[in-house]
Write a protein that binds this ligand. Structure first.
Ligand code: FAD
Length: 285
């Protein structure tokens, strides 16, 4: 197994993100997806965490299983808002116990209704980064938002907060975006603040028009007009064909511009990621 900081130091990483399935049928789909993506020899895979702990054991069990039963390096996502510090310590103890070495330290979001908010010892992800870093046992990643987090006070402040997280963490993975200039501008803005840690772009090939638009709205990513127009008259396989072509162009531009890797939001499906890989001519194992 490996620390992601070391993998990034050694060269480009290509990684896949999954969410923990909640039903037997969804588990079968994910197992098939992982089997289909294995020949792409991912540098690591990451498993999402339901904000406030809604997938606490599902995330842990899947990460621990990948760690134990496969040769793939796993990274556990962990969100802090809506958690107590002792709960986070318990989770970190468990990961240390099963040899998991990589954590993506995130803020997460309280539910929209204040009545559903859980008591929290945290306001921002940096507090979680500091708590994890004290242990010295994990390679730590953080989230970056090329088009700025939707709740940011300002672009300048958002970049300063990200630079502060990256002064303690090893690398960042970005929210998805559709045009490479968003990524390169953010990297330049961070460089100006003295940040030299790797920032891996997150890629979401469009496979379902409505779903991606909704997710883009929530995350603050602009869904570009040219892509919207191309997709307007498309349906079924045509949507995926256009989405894969757009993602291929984006990835090629990012790699040509020096991105330290690519992180694919797979939505627990393999086809789009495999097609982008093939189009880019990336090596299979
Ligand atoms: P933060 O770093 O806390 O930032 C959130 C906002 O607070 C930003 O506007 C920032 O500018 C501001 N801020 C930060 N520090 C300060 C400060 N000291 N003072 C004032 N303002 C500050 N969510 C999940 O629930 N589960 C997941 O598994 C998950 N995985 C993700 C993976 C990636 C790669 C990404 C990019 C996001 C993921 N998210 C996930 C979403 C994430 O939890 C949300 O975007 C959340 O709203 C912010 O998380 P953050 O880590 O960026 O938080």
């Amino acid at each position: 197994m490996a620390r992601i900081a070391d993998l990034l130091h050694a060269g480009r990483t290509f990684s896949f993100e999954f969410f923990p399935p909640k039903t037997d049928a969804a588990t079968v789909v994910l197992e098939q997806t992982i089997a289909e993506l294995a020949p792409l020899a991912p540098s690591f895979v990451s498993i999402t965490y339901g904000a406030g702990g809604t997938t606490r054991s599902l995330t842990h069990d899947l990460v621990a299983r990948i760690r134990k039963e496969s040769a793939i390096t796993p990274m556990a996502h962990l969100t802090c808002v809506g958690h107590r510090r002792n709960e986070i310590d318990e989770i970190l103890d468990q990961y240390e116990g099963v040899g998991v070495e990589n954590i993506l330290a995130l803020g997460g979001d309280q539910p929209a209704d204040p009545m559903d908010h859980k008591p929290s010892d945290y306001r921002h992800a940096i507090e979680l980064v500091e708590q994890i870093a004290e242990r010295g046992s994990f390679s730590i990643g953080v989230a970056a938002h090329p088009e700025c987090h939707p709740k940011s006070e300002s672009r300048v402040n958002d970049r300063h907060h990200l630079a502060a997280k990256l002064s303690k963490a090893d690398f960042a993975i970005t929210q998805f975006f559709f045009e490479a200039h968003h990524y390169f501008t953010m990297v330049d803005e961070l460089k100006a603040l003295g940040v030299d840690k790797p920032i891996v772009p997150g890629i979401m090939p469009v496979t379902n028009n409505a779903q991606v638009k909704r997710m883009a709205e929530l995350s603050g990513a602009v869904f570009p007009k040219w892509l919207e127009e191309k997709l307007a008259a498309a349906d079924g396989d045509e949507v995926q064909r256009i989405g894969v072509a757009a993602a291929t162009e984006l990835c090629a531009e990012l790699l040509a511009g020096g991105a330290p890797g690519l992180h694919f939001y797979t939505m627990n499906r393999s086809t789009a990621t495999r097609e982008v890989y093939a189009n880019l001519g990336l090596p299979l194992s």
